[in-house]
Design a binder for this molecule. Structure first.
Ligand SMILES: [Zn+2]
Length: 304
């Protein structure tokens, strides 16, 4: 999982499933420089006014609950404002795809428009379904500047798209659930270069930022799982990139030390990260370890 983020696309289920979480334009969040929130920042956030888009109390409740659960693992907080206020604004528009702007992009969107759209969030149930959890959690991670797991630079050796089949399965007229070719490239098949990323962990098949791909579009026929919730590695990278001096009271297990263990950081690197007392230092040391670790895997250095 890298700092900076549907379902089987086989058969007749493809368009509907894809539409729940594939954004309609690039989400350049990968812990890219300049997209991160400041440490300990309070993020002004709201829902779009009910007059402009459909929005029920149940939709709002589910979204707020899952956003808050994610933010517990960070040193950030959410400041919920009146409808339409703040720099992050959430809509529930089923006419367009789910998507989320990262911090810097949020500031470029005019105040009367949403910055996050959550599609297919049912208006009348309090408890989020697995599909709803996937959509809300996935887009919240984009908000925090994380990119798709299937676009990290270091795919495992067996993870390789059959490009022709991906385009055939996902492409087509957007009004009918299809995705334009350039968006398929930017959101699915084009990996980030390491220079674009602040850091990234080893490939995580359980990440909420990994799409569920049918084996039909992979060269070896092996698909990826549907992940409605954050994996332990998702949570660990939240902790290491937005570290708190003490873990959130509702997630006491998630210390920096525990997060480092989940990622697999050992030795002197782990000691330095755990001993760091400022969030900048924790993130910097983790990023340094991340880059050294990738070079280690490529045989360029002896010890990660
Ligand atoms: Zn996404």
């Amino acid at each position: 999982m890298c700092l900076t983020n549907p379902h089987s696309i086989a058969g007749n289920h493809a368009p509907r499933a894809l539409a729940t979480s594939i954004p309609s334009y690039p989400l350049l969040g990968a812990l890219q420089a300049g997209t991160l929130w400041n440490h300990n920042e309070e993020i002004p956030i709201s829902f779009m006014p009910r007059s402009g888009t459909e929005s029920t109390d149940q939709q709002r409740k589910k979204t707020k609950m899952l956003f808050e659960e994610i933010f517990r693992h960070t040193n950030l907080s959410l400041l919920w404002l009146n409808d339409g206020d703040g720099i992050v604004r959430i809509a529930f528009n089923d006419e367009t795809l789910s998507q989320s702007q990262v911090r810097t992009k949020c500031r470029d969107v005019s105040q009367n428009k949403w910055t996050i759209n959550l599609k297919s969030i049912m208006p009348d149930n309090d408890c989020p379904s697995p599909n709803e959890r996937h959509t809300i959690n996935h887009e919240c991670m984009h908000l925090l500047a994380f990119v798709h797991e299937h676009q990290v630079p270091e795919w495992p050796s067996h993870f390789s798209f059959n490009r022709h089949k991906v385009i055939k399965a996902y492409g087509g007229d957007e009004s009918k659930g299809g995705i334009p070719h350039w968006q398929i490239e930017s959101n699915i098949m084009t990996p980030y270069t390491p220079e674009k990323l602040e850091n990234y962990s080893p490939f995580d098949r359980k990440s909420v930022l990994l799409y569920q791909f049918s084996g039909d579009v992979m060269q070896n026929g092996l698909g990826t799982p549907f992940n409605p919730d954050l994996s332990d590695i998702d949570k660990a990278v939240l902790v290491l990139n937005y570290p708190r001096l003490n873990p959130g009271p509702l997630v006491p297990r998630w210390t920096v030390s525990y997060a480092a263990d989940v990622i697999g950081i050992k030795g002197e690197s782990r000691e330095k990260i755990v001993a760091a007392t400022h969030p900048h230092d924790v993130r910097r040391l983790y990023s340094e370890w991340s880059k050294r670790s990738q070079r280690f895997q490529q045989g360029e250095v002896i010890e990660a």
